[in-house]
Ligand binder design. Structure first.
Ligand code: BGC
Length: 762
């Protein structure tokens, strides 16, 4: 008996000193088996808030990489290091300085997402992705919390600048290119915000009420394309609700559609403090709750112990978190330099900016400009807005303003005007600092107001300069939507007066005036666009903005960007405007009844978003989807469509028939046959491609492709995607209202693709 007791003691003590299992790529299940419930419940909540001594402010995580948005938990016992997540779409967002160091940690401020999409150039977007991903890796970050691909349902969504388009095909293809570029550095992305996060007003709770058809054909389609074409490491669920449930708690969305139907293999995390019920989020298949807090871990422990959450759900989440751990830099012992190639990336940012800019108007070849003396009006000419505010704002080392960019590129600047603007800006900044009002917008800095220019100053400038540039700027960002008011969607009376007065004074001297729009999303243009000679939509095109603008203005590069969202004549022309908080101002009073467009928003326009709406209801627009001028012209010819199995191949020859070198974006729209059961859009974009730079006289054969599934509509009654039989029109177009060639093809027999019956209204 004594001997047995001794043996037991020896065995037990041996077990106690036996090395616990350490995580490797092929023992994840064994590691999970060795984890306690507490460890599992901790791993699926992020460590950003209270764990590991992090500061409790989003974006201020001080562990591992300062200024990152968060980290996961580390468990030394099991060989599990933490991984680091940082924003965001226009470049990496970390703190540029650190308390203990003199080195700086600036990142490149690339053009905002809408500019990237406006290039319609997936190769270029992939190059940008590669450069961003290099910064992610070299600064020791594992996952870039981008790209963000919510659809531009209303142009007033405050975060549209972080998103790509009103169309899901452009959205999905551009996102896939960005993800592939970033992830080629062996770091991850987080495709966000999944899904229906189309407004910032009450973003944590607003219930998006939407038909399964609109959900599938529009709001989920971009995610579906991106997942299938790039398989991102992670996806971030959104804050809002969808037909009653928080997206992070929707098993329909995260498991049935995302994983089972589309084959997503990665990890899903919540948006920061998204969702309500930790157990429901685990059950839904949402693997990591960010930024995480101990109460969530405790809630998970409680429900597992109470038997209301089967531990197998939790284990599935832990598995997917650990898979990400095994890909991470610290797990793999990958060293990083803290010295990405910022000079090379500045050039990438400049190229991307020039390619995403859109020439909206160019009467009598007002542009390009001869390198003479320019008079720059508008505060944005001197204080350029590189991007939007909030988590998508990058801590960049500098922003090149138009005045600097034009001077760098050999233009002479009207110094008198420059001095007047600079003095005014400095006075405003000093006043602002003195009043302690450092932040006017969430995450943003001081924004100067427009300077009133006296008429005699304008006429003096018209006498002394050879052309005028008038920059109109806007900024929006996370946490608030834009408003249909002057100073936001509408130009202010003083901005309009500036455009009128400057153009009149310069015209009187036989000189041109060019408006540069430094904006993140459409503004009203219809009422004033006839006034100036040219309008360049420069967007918020990143830290190299001024240099890129000068590349276009001087004609070194022909503009080749095209709109990825329509510029309407007026705000109420947009289908979604009837159900959007166009001018909502939050009140502190508790609501007794749910408030329309704030507590819930009905997507009553259904599948008719963007050009689909304007086409269907034959409404005129200010500038259509796909629009954009060039310094040259292109001729399309020899369009053909052929079929191989379920694939359609479209080819067309594009010839530069103008006098300057340039690139053209070619779009393929499909118009489905009439259906008695489903209301079909007039046409839908199915593929696009961009030419190389074509010299005058040069041609290129463009190839585009799509397949039968891509031209299906979602039939709610049959719970299936259905490609109707019949004759389809194929429209090869320069923009949605500029069809260059029309072909037809026939689908001989109906094809159906069954899905699950999900996302129904509750
Ligand atoms: C934003 C996300 C962002 C996260 C982390 C949230 O408020 O909605 O887009 O990635 O914060 O900063």
């Amino acid at each position: 008996m004594k001997k047995l007791a001794l043996l037991t003691l020896i065995l037990v003590s041996n077990l106690a000193i036996a090395q616990p299992i350490k995580l490797s790529k092929d023992n994840i299940r064994e590691v999970i088996a060795a984890m306690t419930l507490e460890e599992k419940a901790t791993l699926v909540t992020g460590a950003s808030r209270y764990g590991n001594g992090n500061a409790p402010i989003v974006g201020q995580s001080s562990v591992l990489v300062q200024g990152a948005a968060g980290t996961s938990y580390a468990f030394d016992r099991l060989g599990i290091p933490a991984f680091v997540m940082a924003d965001g779409p226009a470049g990496l967002r970390i703190s540029p300085t650190r308390n203990d160091q003199t080195n700086t940690f600036y990142c490149t401020g690339f053009p905002v997402a809408t500019v990237m999409a406006s290039s319609w150039n997936t190769t270029l977007v992939e190059q940008v992705g590669k450069a961003v991903g290099q910064e992610v890796k070299e600064y020791g970050v594992d996952i870039l919390l981008a790209p963000a691909i919510n659809l531009h349902r209303s142009l007033l969504c405050g975060r549209n600048f972080e998103y790509y388009s009103e169309d899901p095909v452009v959205t999905g293809k551009i996102a896939a290119a960005m993800i592939n570029g970033v992830e080629s550095n062996n770091v991850g992305t987080s495709l966000k915000h999944f899904a229906f996060n189309n407004q910032e007003t009450n973003r944590n709770n607003v219930n998006a009420i939407i038909s399964p058809r609109a959900a599938r054909e529009l709001y989920l389609k971009g995610f579906e394309i991106a997942v299938k074409e790039s398989q991102p490491w992670t996806i971030m669920s959104s804050y809002n609700r969808i037909n009653g449930s928080h997206t992070s708690e929707s098993r329909d969305l995260i498991t049935t559609i995302l994983r089972n139907e589309w084959g997503f293999e990665g990890m899903v995390m919540t948006d920061w403090n998204g969702g309500k019920d930790a157990s429901a989020m685990m059950k839904a298949g949402n693997d990591l709750l960010m930024p995480g807090n101990p109460a969530q871990s405790q809630a998970i422990i409680n429900v597992v112990k109470a038997g209301t959450l089967d531990e197998s759900y939790l284990d599935a989440c832990v598995y997917r978190v650990l898979e990400i751990v095994t890909k991470s830099l610290r797990f793999n012992g990958t060293s990083y330099s803290n010295k990405p190639d910022l000079n090379a990336h500045a050039q990438v940012a400049r190229n991307a900016a020039t390619e995403g800019m859109i020439l909206l108007k160019n009467d009598n070849d007002a542009l390009p400009l001869a390198k003479a003396k320019l008079a720059l009006f508008g505060v944005g000419s001197y204080d350029f807005i590189a991007g939007g505010t909030g988590s998508g704002d990058v801590n960049k080392a500098y922003v090149v303003s138009p005045v600097e960019g034009l001077a760098n590129n050999g233009f002479t600047i009207n110094e008198k005007l420059k001095n007047a603007y600079t003095k005014d800006l400095e006075a405003q900044k000093a006043k602002n600092q003195a009043s302690g009002k450092r932040y006017q917008l969430l995450g943003g800095g001081f924004r100067p107001s427009e300077r009133i220019v006296a008429k005699n100053e304008i006429s003096a400038a018209a006498r002394n300069s050879s052309a005028a540039i008038i920059t109109i700027s806007r900024q929006a960002g996370e946490g608030a939507d834009r408003k249909a008011i002057e100073g936001d969607f509408y130009l202010t009376a003083s901005e309009k007066a500036l455009i009128n007065d400057v153009t009149a004074a310069f015209k009187a001297k036989g000189k041109k005036s060019i408006v540069v729009l430094n904006i993140g999303g459409p503004v009203e243009t219809f009422s004033w666009k006839e006034v100036p000679d040219a309008i360049l939509l420069a967007w918020q095109c990143g830290q190299e903005g001024g240099n890129a603008i000068s590349d276009i203005l001087c004609g070194a590069i022909s503009p080749s960007g095209k709109l990825t969202s329509t510029f309407p004549i007026d705000i109420m022309d947009i289908g979604a405007s009837a159900n959007f908080p166009n001018n909502y101002i939050a009140s502190r009073e508790a609501r007794t009844e749910p408030l329309k467009d704030v507590d819930y928003v009905t997507y009553a326009e259904d599948i008719f978003v963007g050009y689909r709406f304007f086409d269907k209801f034959e409404k005129s627009v200010s500038y259509p989807f796909g629009y954009g001028l060039s310094y040259t012209t292109f001729k399309y010819s020899n369009a053909k469509v052929s079929k191989e199995g379920f694939k359609y191949m479209v080819t067309v020859d594009v010839k530069n028939v103008g006098k300057a070198a340039g690139k053209e974006v070619v779009k393929a729209y499909v118009s489905a046959p009439e259906s008695i059961t489903m209301n079909k859009p007039v046409k839908e974009l199915k593929a696009f491609a961009k030419t190389n730079t074509l010299q005058p006289g040069q041609s290129q054969t463009i190839t585009m492709q799509f397949d039968s599934y891509d031209i299906a509509s979602y039939d709610e009654d049959r719970v299936a995607w259905v490609t109707d039989s019949g004759d389809y029109k194929l429209l090869i177009a320069a923009s949605s209202d500029d069809i260059q060639c029309q072909l037809t093809f026939r689908v001989p027999a109906e094809i159906t693709y069954p899905t699950h019956k999900v996302l129904l209204q509750q």
